[in-house]
Design a protein around this ligand. Sequence first.
Ligand SMILES: [Zn+2]
Length: 414
Amino acid sequence: MRSAKVFKRIIKRNIQSKKFDIGEEVAPKFYKTNFINSDGDLQEKTKKIYGRKIPIKTIISNEVNRLEKGGVLRHSDYEKMTQEQFKHFCTKILEPELAEHHNGKDTIQQKEKEWKLKMWHDHSDILNHSYVSFMTCFLYDPINFLTDEEYAERFPVKKKIDVQSFVERPQLYIFGLSGSSDKEQLTYTETRLEDLANVTKEVENIKPILRVFTGDNPARQFESGQQRGGKFSCVCGVPGSEHSNFMKCYFTEPLTLEERRKHVVSGQAWQSMASGVANPFQGLRKEHIIEELESRGIWLHDEKKPIVQDKLTEILHGIVRPPALCCLHPLKSTSELNIKYYEILACEPLHDLTNVIQNLIQELPHHVGENNKQDFLSFSDTTIGNKNQIKGSDARLYVVKLAKFSIQKYEDCF
Ligand SMILES: [Zn+2]
């Protein structure tokens, strides 16, 4: 067994020899601790610490190499295709409308080079310290990468692979000490923006587009500038009490990041962000609330504090500041910041679907008719059994199994 000391030495050596890439120092902070010195006095010590970042540019060029070597890149020659072949191809990659496009081949050539990035981050405690970790990866899209069938055709002797999971292998982007407050998490914004400004300029051959954020709450609330908890905790803007009102939810369009940013800067309270305030609408005095409403063209007869506060809450529907990446320059549009296509999901697919899947598996046996009931019951029993609460990742697997099971049953019948 290796002692911690030896282990530390091995790691240090590998970092020095660049075998381990721990990235660049980012987001410097001062970290205070206290200790008892040899005289028995309590002393305070301040240390400068950093988070670490592997620049997106580096991640992208490593990933391009890895995917190129893996043989999953498309590299199609559209000019050689006949119109019929091209039509067939468009259907295969789920872009049938491009076949009808008057310059479909040029468009597809361009789109093949547009690779979408996904971002994810979360908070966690390690040994009593709170850390934030950002991960990123390219999203699988058959317009950029081969389908499983094409891969098998191209490499008949190689083992079959799931191209999507090969492409979407998560890469560590930023890791650092950070509390869970907006203010602390925003310390990583500057370096994130620098990266985004660099990606389009510096990566040859492909055009990376930051496309989607897939984290859970509260990371999603942070990323979009929504309050955490409370009446308007959902990014969609529908109050929690109205979430079972399907009509209301159905007719509410979640705002884009640009719309959220514009909504914030259409008043005046946001200007306090320049002096370091992270949530400019929080704790406003009555006269400031009235000023804020008036700057948005809203004049109330009754100027009692609860009335004006309620009005502001209703207008903001949970928006507490601009989206995280817009906080440094609230007046810059999302196109200028290179995040025009960035979308923060309005739901947590894995968590939200867990209960639906559980219900489905438990209820289905009672709806498939007497002939199949027993089989579905025993399927339900072997997957869920007597578990009260299933985990999201398990639920995802169960629904895949359920699909397989049902297809097999269906095929057996005919
Ligand atoms: Zn919602």
